[in-house]
Design a binder for this molecule. Structure first.
Ligand code: NAD
Length: 482
């Protein structure tokens, strides 16, 4: 099999990267190399930024209603090719086909919402702010924006950003994760077929050198980042120090609080899906169950039973419930956390290292720990793999207190049949994406998406109405014509 070396998409065509080195892209279900991605340089970012800057001069003058029509066409092509895109996502990321299909659908919904730009971009006006003087606030695009994406949602995450940025009249550079660049290549083929004017949407492949070049390039006005918290913080600080707007979505450690009055079957199913779906490689994955009072007994038994029943295998195969993790290195990292949990005294109820898995690929079974403590590494740090921890607690207030003591606050959920408990949770939880009887509290594309504390750096969240704030500047015009 010949291995394709990927290209960048700049100025409306596929071009060779100026990179000297490449990274092997592997199918995590087999370990097989499926492509090589160039690890681009400053020069690649500079070329794309100049082209995007040039394209911006005319794109910003295209009426919003016409810009939206390109998005309607892109949505049509994405819908038509959704199944193929989902297969690419599974091949390069490992998640099951159903999970990949769901993520593609969520991405396409962003294109739909962004196509509402003509209404959502409207400004405000007030006549007679003083006698005979009118004042208006108008939204204007700013120039070139870029996004930097993680490995876990190769098709969806870039769609949190570029449709909104270009709908607002900006031009764009997308930097996919070097571990999963194939979905973006496919989407850019569709972008090409959509007929967007040259230079409006560009793709630069690479790793941290490209990220640093994006954060410092003078022509790039703003950066959207999604990935781990240390890199999110680095991007936030570097890009802000270079005068850019930044929204940097970081890592997660999501606490699921279960009240004794919760609906047992629904709760067990929801927590199992939350923790082990996408092999735990979701920023909204449940990571620690805080079992309030009597719920501990039935959770212990029920979660173990369900975790043991998870069929592990190639995500493209019928019946597979959990695919591999992304890479050999990541598998080692997750195993390292499991070892740490054992060493720090957590009780192992189910050991994913011993699960029956295919021989090739980066598979790991579901792991379940009980009786973890707030100070343990596996309670505090993001594992990003199929490992669920549980901690018995006395009350909802104790549970909220424990979650408040943690550094990350992306998402959190409560399971209860009590409106009073639900309200207490909603009111007091620090995580910025909160679920009530929902295990994966993922805001849809018309709401903002992003966490709090160490899980988010910036102010405006991804997609929703906030995207129209992030991707525009508000100009105030005060006029007198008497
Ligand atoms: P990562 O931070 O390793 O990589 C993200 C991006 O940053 C990639 O494009 C990568 O090329 C680049 N990068 C990596 N190291 C860098 C460095 N030292 N300097 C500059 N750039 C660097 O993240 P990942 O492993 O690809 O993705 C998993 C992480 O993403 C998890 O922490 C997960 O919680 C997070 N995530 C968060 C959200 C959210 O909404 N908050 C959504 C999805 C994923």
């Amino acid at each position: 099999m010949t291995i394709t070396k990927l290209k960048d998409y700049v100025g409306g065509k596929w071009v060779e990267s100026q990179a000297k080195t490449t990274h092997d892209v592997r199918n995590p279900a087999t370990g097989e190399v499926i492509a090589q991605v160039p690890l681009g340089t400053n020069a690649d970012v500079d070329r794309a930024a100049k082209v995007a800057h040039e394209a911006y001069q005319s794109w910003r003058t295209v009426p919003a209603v016409q810009r939206a029509r390109y998005l309607f066409e892109l949505k049509h092509l994405l819908d038509k090719n959704a199944e193929e895109l989902a297969r690419i996502v599974t091949t390069e990321n490992g998640k099951t086909l159903d999970e990949a299909r769901g993520s593609v659908k969520r991405g396409i919904e962003c294109v739909e919402v962004a196509a509402g730009a003509p209404s959502l971009l409207m400004g405000q006006v007030l006549e007679d702010v003083a006698k005979g003087i009118d004042c208006e606030s108008i939204r204007q695009p700013m120039g070139v924006f870029a996004c930097i994406s993680p490995f876990n949602f190769p098709a969806m995450v870039p769609m949190w950003f570029f449709p909104f940025a270009v709908a607002c009249g900006n031009t764009f550079i997308s930097k996919p994760s070097e571990q999963v660049p194939l979905s973006q290549r496919f989407v850019f083929d569709l972008i090409h077929d959509t007929g967007f004017p040259t230079g409006v949407l560009n793709l630069v492949n690479g790793g941290k050198d490209v990220v640093n070049a994006i954060c410092t390039h003078p022509l790039i006005r703003g950066v959207s980042f999604v990935g781990s918290s240390p890199v999110a913080e680095h991007v936030y600080k570097t890009a802000a120090a270079h005068g850019k707007r930044v929204q940097a979505l970081g890592g997660a450690k999501n606490f699921l609080i279960v009240m004794p009055d919760a609906d047992r079957e629904m709760t067990l199913k929801s927590i199992t899906d939350s923790a082990y779906g996408c092999a735990g490689e979701r920023c909204l994955a449940g990571a620690v169950v805080l079992a309030v009072g009597d719920s501990h007994g039935w959770l212990r038994e029920g979660l173990k039973k369900r975790a043991e029943a998870i069929q592990i295998g190639d995500g493209t195969k019928e019946g597979t419930m959990m695919g591999p993790v992304i890479s050999e290195a990541h598998k080692k990292r997750v195993v390292g956390y499991i070892e740490k949990g054992v060493a720090e005294g957590a009780e192992m109820l189910l050991d994913g290292r011993k699960a029956k898995t295919p021989k090739e690929g980066y598979f790991l079974g579901a792991t379940l720990f009980d009786n973890v403590k707030p100070e343990m590494t596996i309670t505090r740090e993001e594992i990003f793999g199929p490992v669920l921890c549980m901690m018995p607690v006395k009350s909802l207030d104790d549970a909220l207190e424990i979650s408040r003591g943690q550094p990350l606050a992306n998402a959190s959920s409560i399971y209860t049949t009590s409106g009073k408990s639900a309200r207490n949770f909603k009111y007091n939880v620090e995580a910025a994406m909160a679920g009530v009887n929902i295990g994966v509290a993922a805001p849809m594309s018309f709401f903002g998406f992003g966490g709090a504390k160490g899980s988010f750096f910036g102010d405006l969240k991804a997609h929703g109405r906030e995207a129209f704030d992030f991707y525009t500047d508000r100009k105030v015009v005060i006029s007198r014509w008497d």
